[in-house]
Design a protein around this ligand. Structure first.
Ligand code: SF4
Length: 481
């Protein structure tokens, strides 16, 4: 599946989303609820949230600094616990490992708990091509699977649909009675999924934290489908991005304290599934085999970058999306990437190549709200700005798929002229003086100049009735030198 999307494709989908009033209404209402819940929970339950954020930042920094060693420790302990550990250097490897496990066990259905890593490698499409059905069991994932859409949000995949729309989807796709009450909708989904869970053999999940010292994996979820997918099967496959490995339970607990209120505004998550081994002799349930796939897919390249490695601290809470003034207008599909929103803008170019998705870097106003709320203090806005420099050919060129071909000759020359004028006091004043004289002409004739016509269609000339210097001079009590 190609990761490349052109500027025109981005423009088309953004316009489409901006004109979808129902989508904007749905997004705004849910985002508002998530933001308010987060704020209230933090105010009510945490005495020093900022200190906890700093602790979380340090935990992730230390982890990333020692990641190669921690991965080896995790592998050793996980094998000791009876897990089977697989290394996947890219999406193809990961998909092939899963397919071969399915084929070895002669299974053609896999039940999935929520996993963004599986979205990243386009697992469902790959399995389908090979005659295997992947059944989503997370409520949000089930809804979007029924309408054949990708997740719109990294935590809440169907957040763009309201309960009336979901009722219609269930009626049409599951032959259910038309309902709009959340409890009734939940019951419809539960009845449908219980049938799927009845005698499945292979379950798949993501991983929130992989604890190196214990060789254990930790999954955080709210619906119980994660527990079903990982324990009621014969074989459990867990896909784990290598950055999810963390040293100890203590470290993971700090991150969990930051994750839950940031993600949903809840005090505590409903299910914490800590899996330490496959079923042991004498135990009545649990999978007989657990396979953990450690997925790289360009993460080690990001880790090696002294600047952008910080993006690997992400614990996928989604709060940067919830607070983004661009995301709440267009939703996640307009980013044309598995990872949307601010964190998507930082990691997508690095995971999938800058040339493939660079237009998404424009979906940011650099307001910094994402950096202010990120529980592990990733400087998202400044990383987005730096990636824009890469895109413009001004960066260090270290990002995957980078090629210094983005800026046109005219663009380059215009910026050179601007830099020349803006860095000289005399030239700048002369320019402003000219603008005051010619501004009026611009207003009249600007629309006739091809390059300016589009720009002026949604902007107007500022009213320049005096220079800053002359204004300051007029202020009483100000000594102007
Ligand atoms: S970048 Fe920060 S705020 Fe955004 S999803 Fe990751 S941890 Fe959450």
């Amino acid at each position: 599946m190609s990761n490349f999307h052109s500027k025109e494709q981005y423009e088309e989908i953004i316009n489409q989303k901006l004109n979808d009033n129902q989508l904007r209404k749905n997004l705004q209402s849910v985002m508002q609820t998530l933001k308010t819940n987060r704020k209230n929970t933090i105010a009510a339950r945490y005495t020093d949230w900022e200190a906890l954020r700093e602790l979380g930042r340090r935990v992730k920094q230390n982890t990333l600094a020692n990641l190669p060693t921690l991965l080896e420790i995790f592998e050793k302990n996980a094998i000791k616990n009876g897990f089977k550990v697989h290394w996947a250097s890219n999406a193809k490897d990961a998909n092939e490992i899963i397919l071969s496990l399915m084929q070895k066990k002669s299974q053609n259905i896999i039940l999935k708990g929520k996993s963004m890593a599986s979205e990243e490698i386009h697992l469902n499409a790959y399995l389908k091509e090979n005659g295997i059905s992947a059944v989503e069991t997370d409520l949000g994932e089930l809804i979007i699977q029924l309408i054949d859409e990708p997740p719109v949000h990294i935590v809440a995949p169907a957040i763009h649909k309201n309960r009336y729309e979901i009722g219609n989807i269930f009626k049409e796709k599951l032959n259910a009675p038309l309902e709009s009450e959340p409890e009734k909708l939940n019951n419809i989904a539960r009845d449908h999924l219980r049938k799927e869970f009845k005698d499945f053999k292979i379950g798949l999940s993501g991983v929130n934290f992989a604890i190196a010292n214990e060789g254990a994996i930790w999954l955080v979820e709210n619906e119980g489908n994660g527990r079903m997918s990982t324990t009621a099967c014969d074989i459990h496959i867990a896909i784990c991005g290598i950055e999810k490995v963390i040293e100890s339970f203590e470290d993971a607990s700090i991150l969990d304290l930051l994750l839950v209120p940031s993600a949903t505004g809840a005090n505590i998550t409903c299910y914490n599934n800590i899996i330490r081994s496959p079923r042991k002799e004498g135990e009545l349930d649990g999978p007989k085999e657990v396979h953990i796939i450690l997925l790289d897919n360009n993460r080690s390249k990001i880790l090696a970058d002294k600047h952008y490695y910080r993006a690997l601290s992400c614990i996928r809470c989604g709060t940067c999306l919830n607070h983004c003034p661009v995301y709440d207008k267009i939703g996640g599909h307009a980013y044309l990437s598995t990872y949307p929103g601010p964190i998507g803008e930082v990691i997508s170019p690095q995971l999938f190549g800058l040339d493939n998705c660079s237009p998404m870097l424009n979906l940011c106003s650099l307001c910094e709200r994402c950096s202010q709320v990120c529980p592990v203090k990733i400087p998202l806005a400044s990383l987005i700005r730096d990636l824009r420099s890469e895109k413009a050919g001004e960066g260090r060129g270290g990002v995957l798929g980078y090629s210094n071909t983005h800026r046109s000759k005219i663009e380059k020359q215009s910026f050179m002229i601007f830099r020349n004028l803006a860095t000289s006091g005399l030239k700048w004043r002369l320019l402003i003086y000219q603008v005051r004289i010619f501004g009026g002409f611009g207003k009249i004739f600007g629309n006739m100049i091809p390059g300016l016509k589009n720009w002026l269609s949604c902007r107007s000339y500022p009213k320049l009735d005096a220079t800053l210097h002359s204004k300051v001079k007029q202020l009483k009590g100000v000594i102007y030198e």
